[in-house]
Every structure is written in structure tokens, then in C-alpha cells.
Design a protein around this ligand. Structure first.
Ligand code: NAD
Length: 333
């Protein structure tokens, strides 16, 4: 298949090229993000391969279908950025990587918890300046604390297992309780109970119309004062302005983010010589008790290997067996 691969970075090129070592697919490895302006780069391709911040809204899908593209291969699990109804209407086959390493995202989420709690990022800066004072670095034992996991799918279960290993009580909220989570000792409770009792709340549910701004002013009011909130799922699960307010009035004691509502124009790029125009992001960056990473929770060798391997396997299956080549969770529409 001729594949226009958008939003590629050197690491994507390395892993995709290795996964396609037999040269079965003709990969055009493109740097630009997929958008209305760049969709013309897919002309002549049978498939486009896209990442989380590529635009797969109706206008782009129409352009792609009009240019002869038949397949959209996502290098992600999440597909909230795809207008699925329109893709189906246009006859596009959309495939994804439903699982590549839940451990990568779970371990990064726990990394944020540990760094925030023990202020490792601040301690590192102090020690570099030969400031060995401990004032301001006081943390708490995670052992014995309550951690609330919102969404116990593949990643949430991994987080729950790690946290039970720390000696935490783990509460969970999910419309579909998971046997693995129950086996790990997780207690399912209504979201309100989870918010009221948890010292740490960590989000692992997908972004859908129902979960948009799941954490808003009202939910922040329901949380324990001084709660630690972690979001490595999708930025819009959290109402950024409400969280800023919660940080200012102390309701939120620590905030760890790997995703941000308006990350599309920021993340994955080196903007270090530019002025930031996003006032909410700038405000968030000023809090000493906020730690932000730029959508890197997935970024491990194992995950990149699996993303590339599944993406190439999806393309091969569709090429070989047609629209029914990919079924099950890897098939979006
Ligand atoms: P999954 O589909 O295995 O699990 C999601 C779980 O959320 C399911 O059990 C589902 O029932 C539950 N859920 C749905 N609506 C809910 C709600 N309103 N309240 C509570 N639970 C709800 O997905 P996963 O592989 O565990 O991934 C979770 C999310 O992590 C993805 O949707 C994606 O947005 C995000 N993610 C982020 C990164 C990153 O690099 N930061 C990487 C991969 C995935």
C-alpha cells in the first residue's frame, strides 16, 4: 500500500521503517501534522497514517476520500480526534492500535505521582544550585493512602496494581467493572465516593461527549481538600480553568498532567524560542505544585515498537483481506 504517514518524528521513522523492513508498504514519512492545509500531501496514497493531534474531522476526511484514500491507520489507541460517523459515511476504513503498552502510560502516571509528592523536580533544581535545604520539599507516605482510579481498562488496571503494591487502598469508578481490577483488590464505588475519599485521583477513561470536562468546578468541590489530580488520558477530561481556580484556592494540592486541553498547537514541537500565546498553559506552568509533561506517557521503546508493528500489520491485513481484514477492537469503522 502507498501510505502517507503524517506527524512523523525521527523516532516514528525509525520504528515504522523497521516494522516495514520487507518493504511491503511504500511509506511517505511526512513531518507536517494532518490538517485541511496539508491533506493534499496524501494525493496518490491508498492510506494515511495519523497520530493523536492530527485533524481527522469531516473536512479533512472528505478531502482524503476525494483524493482516493481508502484507509486511515491511527498510530494511537484513542480515536476521539476522528469524526467516525463521517468516516463511515465516506466508506473509509479506520483502524487503530488498541493496545501497545498499558505499562508505559501507567508507569508514567505513577512517575508523576511520585515526583509531585516528593517534589523531585524541585529538589533536582535545588541540588544543581548547591541548595541542600529541605524546607518546602515535605511529602507524604503513599502507603496507607487512598488512590481513586477513574476508568479501569488496560491502563487503569496497571495503575491499580502498582498502587496496591505501594500499600494503597484503591477505589475505582467505571461503568464496566473489570475482573482483573477486582482480583487486584480494587473497590468499585460511585464517582462521588471516589472523589470524596481519595488522596490521589488519576484519570484513565477515554474522552467522549460524556467524559468531556469530567473534572469541573463541582467535581473539584467534591474532592478531598489538597487532593493530587493526575491526568495522562486526554486533556479535555479536565476543565483547565476550573483546575487553575482549584489550585489557586488550595482545593487541589498537586496536579500532574501529560495531556492538556489545547495541546494540539504545543505538544511534540520545540517551541523554546517562541512566545507562548496560551495564557492558561502559562498560568499552569507558574504553580510549584504542578508538573506537566508533553504527552510522553506512551513514549517507551516497547510502546513504539508495538505501535509500529500493529500499524503495519493493520495495513497489511486490509491490503490482503479487504475491509474485513481488521476486525475487533483494532477496527474503528
Ligand atoms: P481502555 O479502553 O482499555 O479503558 C478505558 C476504560 O474507561 C474502560 O474500562 C471504560 O469502561 C472506562 N470508562 C468509559 N467511560 C467512563 C466514565 N465515564 N467513567 C469511568 N470510566 C469510564 O483504554 P486504555 O487503553 O486503558 O486507555 C485509557 C485512555 O488513556 C485512552 O482513552 C487514551 O485517551 C489515554 N492514553 C493516553 C496515552 C498517553 O500517552 N498519554 C497513551 C495511551 C492512551
Amino acid at each position: 500500500m502507498r501510505v502517507a504517514v503524517f506527524s512523523t518524528k525521527p523516532y516514528d521513522r525509525d520504528f515504522l521503517t523497521a516494522a516495514n523492513a520487507d518493504g511491503r508498504h511504500e511509506l511517505a514519512l511526512l513531518e507536517p501534522r494532518l490538517s485541511v492545509e496539508t491533506a493534499t500531501l496524501a494525493r496518490g496514497a491508498d492510506a494515511v497514517c495519523a497520530f493523536v493531534n492530527d485533524d481527522l474531522g469531516a473536512p479533512v476526511l472528505e478531502q482524503l476520500a476525494g483524493a482516493g484514500v481508502r484507509v486511515v491507520a491511527l498510530r494511537s489507541a484513542g480515536y476521539n480526534h476522528v469524526d467516525v460517523a463521517n468516516a463511515a459515511k465516506l466508506g473509509l476504513i479506520v483502524v487503530r492500535v488498541p493496545e501497545y503498552s498499558p505499562y508505559a502510560v501507567a508507569e508514567h502516571s505513577v512517575g508523576l505521582m511520585l515526583a509531585l509528592n516528593r517534589k523531585i523536580h524541585r529538589a533536582h533544581n535545588r541540588v544543581r544550585e548547591h541548595n541542600f535545604a529541605l524546607t518546602g520539599l515535605l511529602g507524604f507516605d503513599l502507603h496507607g493512602r487512598t488512590v481513586g482510579v477513574v476508568g479501569t481498562g488496560k491502563i487503569g488496571v496497571c495503575v491499580a496494581r502498582i498502587m496496591t503494591g505501594f500499600g494503597c487502598r484503591v477505589l475505582a469508578s467505571d461503568p464496566y467493572p473489570n475482573a482483573d481490577a477486582l482480583a487486584a483488590g480494587v473497590e468499585y464505588v460511585p464517582l462521588e465516593t471516589l472523589l470524596a475519599q481519595s488522596h490521589v485521583v488519576t484519570l484513565h477513561c477515554p474522552l467522549t461527549p460524556e467524559t468531556h470536562h469530567l473534572i469541573d468546578e463541582e467535581r473539584i468541590r467534591q474532592m478531598r481538600p489538597g487532593v493530587m489530580l493526575i491526568n495522562t488520558s486526554r486533556g479535555a477530561l479536565v476543565d483547565t480553568r476550573a483546575v487553575i481556580k482549584g489550585l489557586k484556592n488550595g482545593r487541589i494540592g498537586h496536579l500532574g498532567l501529560d495531556v492538556y486541553e489545547e495541546e494540539t498547537d504545543l505538544f511534540f514541537e520545540d517551541l523554546s524560542d517562541q512566545m507562548l500565546r496560551d495564557d492558561d498553559f502559562s498560568r499552569l506552568s507558574t504553580f510549584p505544585n504542578v508538573l506537566i509533561t508533553g504527552h510522553q506517557a506512551f513514549f517507551t521503546e516497547e510502546a513504539l515498537h508495538n505501535i509500529a508493528a500493529t500499524t503495519i500489520a493493520n495495513l497489511t491485513a486490509v491490503e490482503r483481506d479487504g475491509p474485513d481484514g481488521v476486525t475487533g477492537p483494532a477496527r474503528v469503522c
